[in-house]
Write a protein that binds this ligand. Structure first.
Ligand code: SF4
Length: 390
């Protein structure tokens, strides 16, 4: 049987400081574990691969702050990937980086280790917004980091921005978007702030220090960004992502095509061989668990916290929800029927008609896509395409 071309997600759960809105699996007091953690990641790769070097076409180091990993540790991790998987010659190797954590020497070393794409967390160029988010950098640091990345030969890079920030206006958002466009990134990710339970920001909301984000303003901000980025030639290929032609993020396309990926590292999620799973979250527990023998077998390691076989209903729901995120590509109706033995119309009949009537989705060239109206209300559309027993 032909091996699927896999993507690898490697989670690096370390940050210097926790941002006010962050509920990611990251820790600010475990920096001394970084070297042991790099070795554990390689152990986990060996357990999962089990001696079979499966083909891999993308690797993504996310976090946390992967750029806090020493360059030599990063090199060991990527050597581990090459030893345990068949890494394609033209593989995309991405790494998230925080602007204040890198210098030219570091970026040159990570480039030499094989990283060929960076993603910088910028979030805003306005100092008061960065302060509210409790980001550690200012915009001058971003400009400097981007210049150093270019100097190191890392010319393919994404910049992240956040809209819907309390106190942010349409004007200040426009300033952020225009400023990052002037840095000429190959890719932009624009996310709407969600205030997550247990974060400082949620406390501030509850005690009245900040006002809840205004959804109408957030919609205007999104619409403005769509216009500004289209004017500069960026392709709006996913609800929250834009790229210059040829620079879509291959790794994230695996998620949005509901493809197979291995998640390694504390708290990572994976989806391969008909199984969805999650790795234990706490890095110390992760290290301990990887000392155990008798891995359960592909795609699981001894650090797995939970796993389940994907049911047909779940696979169908996931396919709808991920592929509809791709605004141009959408969902290929013939492929869907081949994969599931039934058409989208047969499975969703009334729901599909309603979504078409409400102009949330459209059918064009054999593909089901979100309409522009559907972009703004995508979560409501996805909710309706979830099957009951998923
Ligand atoms: S840098 Fe990212 S992962 Fe780290 S605390 Fe901030 S938002 Fe969370």
């Amino acid at each position: 049987m032909e091996q699927p071309n896999l993507s690898l997600y490697l989670h690096i759960p370390f940050c210097r400081h926790r941002c006010a809105y962050c509920d990611f699996n990251t820790y600010t007091s475990l920096m001394d574990l970084r070297e042991a953690y790099a070795d554990a990641l390689v152990t986990e790769m060996a357990q999962v691969a089990g001696g079979v070097r499966r083909p891999v076409h993308t690797v993504f180091l996310g976090g946390g702050t992967p750029s806090l990993m020493p360059a030599a540790a990063l090199e060991r991790i990527l050597d581990g990937v090459r030893a345990n998987f068949q890494l394609a010659d033209d593989a995309e190797l991405s790494m998230e980086a925080n602007p204040g954590t890198v210098d030219l020497e570091y970026l040159t070393a990570v480039r030499q280790a094989g990283i060929n794409r960076l993603s910088f967390g910028v979030q805003s160029v306005i100092q008061s917004e960065l302060a509210l988010l409790e980001r550690e950098h200012d915009f001058a640091t971003v400009v400097e980091a981007v210049a150093m990345a270019r100097q190191a030969g890392l010319t393919d890079f994404n910049l992240d921005l956040i809209y819907g920030v309390p106190g942010q206006t349409l004007q200040s958002w426009e300033q952020s978007v225009r400023a990052v466009l002037d840095l000429d990134p190959t890719h932009l990710s624009l996310y709407c702030l969600t205030i997550e339970p247990g974060t400082p920001m949620q406390r501030w909301l509850l005690n009245g220090r900040i006002q809840p984000p205004d959804p109408d303003l957030a919609a205007d901000q999104y619409e403005l960004a769509c216009t500004l980025l289209a004017e500069r030639g960026y392709d709006h290929y996913e609800i929250s992502n834009w790229a210059k032609p040829g620079f879509a993020c291959e790794h994230n396309l695996t998620y949005w095509r509901n493809g197979e990926y291995l998640g390694l590292g504390a708290g990572a999620h994976g989806h391969a061989a008909g199984v969805r799973y999650q790795i234990v979250k706490q890095p110390r527990v992760y290290l301990r668990r990887l000392e155990e023998a008798d891995a359960p077998g592909y795609p699981l390691s001894t650090a797995v916290a939970a796993s389940h076989s994907v049911s047909r209903a779940e696979a169908i729901s996931d396919t709808m929800m991920t592929q509809l995120r791709l605004l141009n590509e959408g969902l290929d109706l013939a492929d869907f029927q081949t994969q599931f033995g039934q058409s989208v119309t047969e499975i969703y009949n009334g729901t599909l008609d309603q979504m078409l009537d409400w102009e949330m989705v459209m059918v064009q060239d054999g593909r089901l896509r979100l309409t522009q109206k559907g972009w703004f209300l995508s979560n409501q559309v996805f909710y309706r395409f979830m099957l009951d027993d998923a």
